[in-house]
Write a new protein. Structure first.
Length: 75
């Protein structure tokens, strides 16, 4: 990662989904797309679960955000 404005910190699922899917018409659609993106990547799911992520979690911890950014890149 370079010195962009994105910071590794706790993010709500909705907030991070909107960052990754800014052109999606609604927050709910962005979250659904983001959730699908995560679920389809077994390696990411395993790493997130090892870091304490559960599908019903509303907040991504900094450790979980780092896993997502390392896999998908910065939003």
């Amino acid at each position: 990662m370079d010195n962009s404005t994105f910071r590794i910190r706790p993010y709500s699922k909705r907030e991070l989904a909107r960052l990754y899917f800014p052109n999606t018409p609604s927050d709910d659609s962005a979250v659904a797309n983001f959730r699908l993106w995560i679920r389809r990547n077994n390696e990411v799911m395993e790493k997130l679960q090892a870091a304490g992520y559960r599908s019903h979690s509303k907040i991504f911890t900094p450790k979980q955000v780092r896993i997502l950014v390392e896999t998908f890149g910065e939003p």
